[in-house]
Design a protein around this ligand. Structure first.
Ligand code: PXP
Length: 248
């Protein structure tokens, strides 16, 4: 079964717009957990534009599922992660001026730094995942770094509208996943996934988890968060089942 992680950063963005205490990140995290979300994902950015240090502590201490913290290789944020001890850290690249994470990690040029961050996190028993492009050359680097998992950046898939281009990217993701799983690396995926494009990613054997934020939070404005998470869960289940039937 593919697990669904719901990224709730956008709820913090709304709260911060008025500098108030609501909407409560913990309240909505519990709605995610009781509506088919398997875990909670947050990104503690260097500029703290949405999630704040206190949110990390509050969620870590109170959610009942699993906390996936996205963070850049920044020593201040590392300190917070080592103190809060989320269940998993996904290391991501970060640029201050970006609207959202724009690409995968450059493992080749930052190998030692990522290796050091991974070692420090793993020493605390935290699972480490690397957010990367589906580039097979990065599998060996992931093993060298000692990360447990990777999250494939699906942003370029989500931006393509032409069928031949989409098929090509999905094939690349599928081939990457196949080799990564056979190398002992757990494979997750995320970024830009929505109710329409998620199905074909669910059709890729070996993908264990999806991290989805924007489309679910946007849909929640229409139907409420519980229904929005439930609909995504149902979509994932449907496409996974279809995939199993087709493969038989
Ligand atoms: N995975 C990672 C590593 C991300 O940085 C993000 C965006 O915060 C997501 C998944 C979720 O992307 P989206 O909000 O487009 O669903």
């Amino acid at each position: 079964m593919i697990n669904l992680g719901v990224n709730i950063d956008h709820i913090a963005t709304l709260r911060n717009a008025r500098g108030d205490f609501f909407p409560s990140i913990l309240h909505f995290a519990s709605i995610v957990e009781s509506s088919g979300g398997d875990f909670i994902t947050i990104h503690l950015r260097e500029d703290r534009r949405h999630i704040k240090d206190d949110d990390l502590t509050l969620l870590r201490e109170n959610i009942t599922t699993f906390l996936n913290l996205e963070m850049a290789c920044n020593s201040d944020v590392l300190g917070k992660a080592l103190t809060a001890c989320p269940h998993k850290v996904t290391l991501v690249p970060e640029r201050r001026e970006e609207v959202t994470t724009e690409g995968g990690l450059d493992l080749k040029n930052n190998l030692n730094k990522i290796k050091d961050f991974t070692a420090a996190l793993k020493e605390k028993g935290i699972i480490v995942s690397l957010f990367i492009e589906a580039d097979q050359d990065l599998i060996e680097k992931t093993l060298e770094i000692g990360a447990d998992e990777v999250e494939i950046h699906t942003g370029s898939y989500s931006l393509k509208t032409g069928e031949p281009e989409r098929t090509l990217i999905l094939k690349k993701i599928s081939d990457f996943t196949d080799i990564a799983v056979r190398s002992g690396i757990k494979v997750c995926a995320g970024h830009g996934l929505n109710y329409h494009n998620v199905g074909r990613v669910c059709g890729i054997s070996g993908i264990s988890e999806l991290n989805i934020g924007y489309s679910i939070i946007a849909r929640s404005l229409e139907v409420g968060l519980a229904n929005a998470v439930n609909e995504m869960r149902a979509n994932i289940d449907k496409y996974e089942l279809l995939n199993c039937v087709v493969k038989r």
